[in-house]
Ligand binder design. Structure first.
Ligand SMILES: CC(C)(COP(=O)(O)OP(=O)(O)OC[C@H]1O[C@@H](n2cnc3c(N)ncnc32)[C@H](O)[C@@H]1OP(=O)(O)O)[C@@H](O)C(=O)NCCC(=O)NCCSC(=O)C[C@](C)(O)C(=O)O
Ligand SMILES: [Mg+2]
Length: 355
């Protein structure tokens, strides 16, 4: 294990220093596209201004015989793109695949200046992050990059979940984690064939009525991802990095998608993946606080003065801890309002140009 003193030293001579904290930037949706798909690539000029993060996907979802063309197209796409405030990420092929190494060797020199985050799939433990960490430092030094590329891991193996804390703490480059429910379900031998979301068979049934044991008993669907998501959120919060819900595969079921994203938002996630344009606005809506919640947070913060003691607001007790909860909402709202005039108006907070 590295000593705490060495943790922030570059891992290669000439590489930029690793970050001491992960800068906050909106990332309510990580929008996936396949760079080998010409139709999708043609849509990017309209998509980029609508999303917080655009991600060029090279891994699953891209056909094996398109892997090289996807990588090459990505370089052309980035060359001609105007990202504005939108972050640009890539998802590598997995480290044990025939393509993962060449993804990094090719793309960091070619598009490293534009690359905010590298998403690494199927991360099993700290050793995978250490490998990517050193390789990125060497490539950054060689390419003369001035800022470090950050790393995001997908939690999609049982071993990865068992090692989630050490994965988050493995490098100062760690930006966040996403849940990978499809691979994780397969790796754990779960018996769902869905990509994220609930399952009608995963339920709790109401007790029989003593006076009428034969009466119909209601059932309540449960969330099979709750344990993993909550564990991921704790590991991320404990390490100062960001948790994301991953994909919701039932593109047509926009209502259930919104519900699943909202559960993740309420539990502490900062965003989710959008796989199709229809999911972009769902994520934007869900991962931006509701104006009524912002209004409430403002009232509590105002009522609490210096933030200590206990007061009543609308019949509820507010104290040092609940004011911190309200500040979480207010901080997020203020940061989003600083970039989005519409949200600023909805929240009654200063608009971007007024700052
Ligand atoms: C679901 C699919 C096949 C439906 O694609 P479609 O063409 O059948 O849908 P459509 O409704 O007909 O599309 C309408 C238009 O939107 C375009 N379009 C459609 N999607 C996008 C997009 N994302 N970005 C930009 N444009 C898009 C599409 O090309 C079309 O253009 P057109 O009007 O000119 O004909 C398609 O949306 C797609 O391939 N999405 C990305 C899938 C993906 O990235 N999968 C991998 C991530 S999930 C994962 O890996 C799991 C995980 C984490 O690893 C684990 O849990 O283990
Ligand atoms: Mg996967």
């Amino acid at each position: 294990m590295r000593s705490a003193k060495d943790f922030f030293a570059p891992l290669a001579v000439g590489a930029p220093p690793p970050p001491r904290e992960i800068p906050w930037r909106p990332s309510r949706m990580i929008h996936f596209f396949d760079p080998s798909n010409e139709k999708m690539a043609a849509k990017l000029p309209q998509i980029i201004p609508r999303v917080d993060v655009l991600l060029g996907n090279l891994e699953d979802g891209v056909r094996a015989d398109n892997k090289i063309v996807a990588r090459e197209n990505l370089i052309k796409i980035v060359d001609g793109a105007d990202f504005g405030e939108t972050q640009f990420w890539i998802r590598l092929n997995s480290l044990d695949s025939p393509w993962g190494l060449d993804d990094l060797l090719t793309l960091v020199p070619a598009i490293g200046e534009n690359l905010d985050v590298v998403m690494v799939p199927k991360v099993q433990g700290a050793e995978d992050i250490h490998y990517v960490d050193r390789l990125l430092a060497q490539l950054e030094a060689k390419a003369g990059l001035s800022r470090p590329v950050l790393v995001h891991a997908i939690l999609e193996t049982a071993r990865g979940v068992a090692n989630v804390e050490e994965i988050c703490a493995a490098s100062p480059r760690m930006q966040g984690l996403s849940l990978g429910p499809a691979d994780l379900a397969a790796d754990r031998r779960m018996k769902t064939t869905r990509v994220g979301g609930g399952h009608p068979g995963y339920l709790v049934r109401q007790d029989p009525r003593p006076d009428d044991p034969a009466a119909v008993r209601a059932t309540f669907q449960q969330d099979p991802w709750h344990y993993t998501l909550a564990r991921m959120v704790d590991a991320c919060a404990a390490n100062g990095i960001m948790p994301y819900y991953g994909p919701f595969g039932d593109i047509a079921d926009v209502l259930a998608c919104e519900d699943q994203f909202r559960n993740a938002f309420l539990l502490g996630c900062v965003g989710a993946w959008s796989l199709h344009p229809v999911q972009i606005d769902i994520a934007k809506k869900v991962f931006s606080p509701e104006p009524a919640d912002v209004e409430w947070a403002k009232r509590v913060v105002a009522a609490m003065g210096d933030g200590t003691g206990a007061v009543m607001v609308d019949g509820t007790m507010q104290d040092d801890a609940s004011v911190k909860q309200c500040r979480v909402i207010l901080t997020l709202a203020t940061r989003l309002a600083a970039r989005d005039a519409q949200l600023a108006a909805a929240y009654g907070l200063p608009a971007p140009e007024a700052r």
